[in-house]
Design a protein around this ligand. Structure first.
Ligand code: GDP
Ligand code: MG
Length: 163
């Protein structure tokens, strides 16, 4: 199992915010590594003595909704090729969207461990909104706030349990 974690999900759910939080302690972003496209950002993270690489796959999602399907395919392809664990991020404030369901359909068929991250659960009250994402069939959602760090420790425990 490679110690690589890929962050996938539709635009604006907070993938990049989560990426930045996970790599907070080791700000060694590897964007300029040869062979690395501008479409993905790599960073190093550490939790309880376990080291792993994080990929933010969302960088190429620019422009119209027409490319969403293509975006899903590309993100999932990166995740499948490179990652040992996939963090699938959804948004508690916006709630479930069709695109979340499309992502989930693809991810359920993959052989990789997928951790469902219900982001923007900034308060305990907001974290109740995470429950609707059980419906995606990807197990227990982890309600977190990438912005304020709420529950990210529990998420990291779940991530490194795979390594
Ligand atoms: P990405 O497109 O998935 O990479 O999403 P971004 O990380 O760029 O975040 C999209 C927007 O959501 C930004 O305005 C962030 O400030 C906001 N955001 C990200 N994480 C959180 C969070 O935990 N709580 C709240 N309230 N907003 C967040
Ligand atoms: Mg982003």
């Amino acid at each position: 199992m490679s110690n690589i974690v890929a962050i996938v999900g539709r635009p604006n759910v907070g993938k990049s915010t989560l990426f930045n939080r996970l790599i907070e302690q080791k700000k060694a972003i590897m964007d300029n590594v040869s062979g690395v496209t501008r479409d993905r950002h790599y960073g190093y993270a550490e939790w309880t003595g376990k080291f792993f690489t994080v990929i933010d796959t969302g960088g190429y999602v620019v422009g119209s909704e027409d490319i969403f399907e293509e975006a899903i395919r590309e993100q999932v392809q990166i995740a499948m090729e490179e990652a040992g664990v996939v963090l699938f991020v959804v948004d508690c404030i916006t709630g479930m969207t069709d695109l979340d369901k499309d992502f989930a359909d693809v991810l359920r068929r993959s052989k990789k461990p997928v951790i469902l991250v219900a982001n923007k659960a900034d308060t305990t009250e907001k974290s109740y909104a995470a429950m609707e994402f059980y419906e995606l069939g990807l197990g227990d959602p982890y309600p977190i706030s990438a912005e304020n760090g709420n529950n990210t420790g529990d998420l990291l425990d779940a991530v490194v349990a795979n390594f």
